[in-house]
Design a protein around this ligand. Sequence first.
Ligand code: M6R
Length: 612
Amino acid sequence: MCGIVGYIGNKEAFPILIKGLKRLEYRGYDSAGIALLNGDLNVFKKAGKVSELEKITNGKSVGANIGIGHTRWATHGEPNDVNAHPHLSQSNELAIIHNGIIENYAAIKAELEKRGYNFQSDTDTEVLINLIEEVRKTEKSSLEDAVRVALNEVVGAYAIVILDKKDPNHLIAARKGSPLVIGIGEDEFYIASDASPIIEYTQNVIYLDDQEYASVHRDGTYVIKTLGNVEKSHAIQKLELSLEAIEKGGYEHFMLKEIHEQPKALEDAMRGRMNALQGWIKLGGLSEYLSRIENAERFVITACGTSWHSGLIGEYLIEDLARVPVEVEYASEFRYRNPIIKESDVVFAISQSGETADTLAAIELAKERQALIYGICNVIGSSIARVSHAGSYTHAGPEIGVASTKAFSTQITLLTLIALQIAQSKGTISTSRLRTILYEMENIPKKIKETLELDSQIKELAAIYKDARNFLYLGRGYNFPVALEGALKLKEISYIHAEGYPAAEMKHGPIALIDEEMPVVFLATNQSAYEKIVSNVQEVKARKGKIIAVVNKGDTQIRALADHVIEVPETEEVLSPLVTIVPLQLLAYHIAIMRGCNVDQPRNLAKSVTVE
Ligand code: M6R
C-alpha cells in the first residue's frame, strides 16, 4: 500500500528518489518523505503528494549519494507530517521506510516505553525502528544482526529499507508479505516496491523472497540472507518493462491511457495462446496441470474488487462452456470462514498486482489444504505469481491508474481461454462453437477500438449526469458482473454513490430508489435475455428513472424506451463484457474529470492493497 525506494551509489540520490516516488505514488499518496545521508541525516516529510514534498525541499541542501524515500497510504495514524515516513530511531541514528503492518506493534511499543523510548508518531514503523535500535544496543550487535533479530520478533507484513547514519556505505532491505525489488547497477543499488523507479537506470534486478533481507554496499557487493541467517543466492533477472509503458504517452491520465490500451492489451493476452483457424488454445500453465484441472470436482475463484468481478464472469464462462461447478469468493471472506477445500479442488486466484494481502492469505489457506492454486496476475514476478502452483500472466502491461481497466478485460480474456481450453479437453464444446468463439475473440480488439470512438458521445452524457447523487447499473447474465464493475468504477473515482444489480433483482428492493433523479444504466446487449431486459427497462421507465442503455448497434426496441443509448458492436454473448465495460469505464472517467476528481489517485485508495 505504500511505495518505498532507496538508492546507494555515486549518483545524486535526491532526483532518483523523487522520480521513483512519483512512479510509486499509485501505491499510496497521502504523505511522502525522504531521508538523505551526507554527514548529517536530513529528513524531509510532508502530508500530501510527492509534489508537496518537493516544495518543502526547495532551496534546501539535498546533496547525497545515499537515501531512502516513501510515499504513504496510512494504516496506523492519520496522514500528517509526523506520521509520514521515514521514521527515525530515538537516537536519530537509524532511519526506516516501511510498507506493510506490524501487527504486534502495541505490545512491543509498551515494552520499549518501559525502557525509556518516546514516540513521536502513531505509527507501527517507528516502533520497529526503535526495536531494531534497542536490539543493536543491548546485544551490541551489528545493524544486520539487529534487523534480523527484530524481524524475527515482529508479526505482520513489511518491506523495509534502513539507513544508518554511522554507515554511509550500506543499506539494509527486508521483506515479508510486501514486494521488494533490488536493481543492480555499476557499484550502485536501487531498492523499490516495484521495478518502475529502477527501469531507467538498470535492467538487472533481484526479487527478494519473503523472510529475506539484503545488505547492499557502496562498493557494489551485496549479500542476501534469510531471517534464519542462511545465505541465499538469487539469479539476477532482466527487466522486460519499458519506460514508455509506465509513462502517460500523451494521455492526460493513466486511466484514460489504460482504457485506450485495451485493444492492444487483449491482443497481448491472446498472443501465442490460441489459433482460431487451427482451432486450438494452449495456456502454458494450464496445459501442465490439465489432467488435474480437468478432473477437479469444482473450481473456486478467489479475488478482491475488480478482480472479483472478473472472477464472476469466469464463473459464468467456466460453468457455461466447461461444465465444471465454480464458486466465486471474496478472498477476505474465504480466508476467515473456514471454507471446505478439498485436494480435488482447483483455486483460481485473480489479482492485477499479485500482491493483494487477502488474496495471498486465501491462497495460503487453500494450499495448506492441498488444493491446486492457479494464479492469474498481471505483475510479473509478483507474490501471487510466485506462490501459485501454476498460472498465467494477463500481459496487460503496467496498470498505474488506481481504477482497474485493462487488467479487468485481460483477466476476462484469460478466463475465457481457460474455460475454452478445459471445455475442448473435456469435450463439452463442439468444434464449430469453439471456432466461432475463437474467431470472435480475434475480432474483439477491433470492436473495442470501435467502442472507444464513442468517447465524445459518452462525454456529452457525462456532462448531463455529472451532478447525479446516485446511479444504478443493471445487467443480466454475463452483463451482471459488468454492472457491478461499472458501478465500482463510477463510485471509486467520482465519489458518486452507485450500485450494480442483476436487472431482475431490481424489483426486490432497489426499485424503491427510482425516481426522475435516478440515472439507471442498463447493459442490454444480451441476445438470450433481451426481452426480459426490455421488461426491466419498462419498469424503470414507468417510474420515471433516466435510462442510459448500452445496446447492440441497430437496436430499435430499447432505443424507443431509453433516454440515451450507447450503441456498441454486437459480439458473442460470452464475450460481451469485453465490449460493454468500455463505455462504462469512459462514463466514469468523464464524470470524475468533470467533478474535478483525481481519477488516477482517488481519495483513500491505493493501487496495491497489501494490508488486510
Ligand atoms: O491487484 P488486485 O487485482 O488484487 O486488486 C484487487 C482490488 O483492490 C482492485 O481490483 C480494486 O478493486 C480496483 N482498484 C478497482 O478499480
